[in-house]
Design a protein around this ligand. Structure first.
Ligand code: SAH
Ligand code: SF4
Length: 338
């Protein structure tokens, strides 16, 4: 749903029409303006023409886990992916994309391989949430989306303004009404973005994709480390924590014999010497270059961190069978079409 077009279409209408339309889309979850009965018929027709509500998507379900992935087609034909993760405790997390592709080319990431196409608009980010809100209403009417993570395709802090505009709408009680504390943004470490984020008034969560505890290794995996070395990233995070007193999650992919040794675990523990820092160890979803760490190495790594007093969690291996990690489905699709 294009919010800009909605505003344009209603600019000469009485003010309450906008509120009615908004309610119809985000609360009644209509999929076509004709489903609404409060708006005049001629206006509904106009809206169907200029602000279509259909969201074109291909849905991929995972038989063995509770991850559903949708490949959404944008107006210009580009495709982005969105994932719904249904947790056992009734939480439903939607993982949204912020860009078509990504310019940062991390070696382990399928989105990185696609290269960068363009930023998503706030409306396109919102549409991903709207898609799964409708999906849940249809398939699990008693469930609602409880959490949003910006961990899909793209680097959110390189599309800062649109991401924050979308976040405000996601948080808005008149819209999705998802609490700021349930919205997380993951960055590869864009320092200017972290600094701006520290000044936001909403109590959002910050996650940093770390993946390596020193610049030498990190730059090999994540070229962006050359522009924003670890020291600068950690300094920005420290300032953020001083400002916000909020926990920060550091994501760490476990890649066999690359970043999962004792040496790296100890170095990482050194970096994590702050009570509000939490490490989240993530199973690497193979993208052709590396191998995931076997469970034994993962346990050893985790134990070293725990012994050093670092809060450490492990992300559930959601939907490996549908390639539920960052950018992998859209990447695959593209290859198949080539
Ligand atoms: N660009 C941002 C947000 C999108 S990536 C960032 O990098 O933080 C979101 C998460 O997916 C990151 O932590 C990223 O490392 C992870 N990811 C990327 N490729 C993956 C893979 N092959 N397996 C598992 N997780 C992956
Ligand atoms: Fe971009 Fe994040 Fe993938 Fe790196 S991990 S290429 S920053 S989407």
């Amino acid at each position: 749903m294009n919010i800009q077009n909605l505003k344009l279409a209603l600019q000469n209408e009485p003010k309450f029409r906008y509120k009615q339309a908004w309610q119809a889309v985000f609360k009644d979850l209509i999929g076509n303006w004709n489903e609404n009965t409060t708006l005049p018929k001629n206006l509904r027709e106009k809206l169907n023409q200029t602000v279509p509500l259909e969201i074109k998507a291909e849905v991929f379900g995972s038989k063995h886990s509770k991850a559903i992935k949708a490949l959404l087609e944008l107006e210009d034909g580009n495709k982005i992916e969105t994932v719904l993760l249904q947790h056992n405790d009734d939480r439903n997390t939607v993982c949204v994309s912020s860009q078509v592709g990504c310019a940062l080319g991390c070696k382990f990431c399928a989105t990185g391989k696609m290269g960068f196409k363009r930023n998503l608009t706030a409306s396109e980010i919102i549409s991903q949430v709207l898609f799964f809100t409708r999906y849940l209403k249809q398939n699990h009417p008693n469930s609602r989306i409880s959490n949003i993570v910006f961990m899909g395709m793209g680097e959110p802090f390189l599309n800062y303004d649109n991401v924050m505009e979308a976040v405000k709408i996601i948080n808005d009680p008149e819209c999705f009404n998802i609490g700021a504390r349930h919205i997380s943004i993951s960055t590869s470490g864009i320092v200017e973005g972290i600094n701006k984020f520290a000044k936001e008034s909403l109590q959002l969560n910050l996650a940093i994709s770390l993946h390596a505890p020193n610049d030498q290794l990190r730059a090999q995996l994540m070229p962006i480390d050359r522009k924003y070395p670890l020291e600068e990233v950690m300094e920005a995070v420290e300032k953020y924590v001083e400002n916000k007193s909020r926990q920060v999650m550091f994501e760490y992919l476990m890649i066999e014999n690359i970043n999962d040794g004792e040496k790296e675990a100890r170095e990482l523990a050194e970096l994590m010497r702050h009570p509000l820092y939490v490490v989240n160890l993530i199973r690497y979803n193979p993208t052709g270059v590396f191998k995931p760490s076997p469970a034994s190495r993962m346990i050893k790594f985790k134990n070293t961190l725990l012994r050093a007093g670092v809060k450490t969690t492990q992300r559930q291996g959601f939907g490996t069978d549908i390639n539920a990690a960052c950018g992998q489905l859209a990447g695959k699709k593209k290859q198949n079409n080539e």
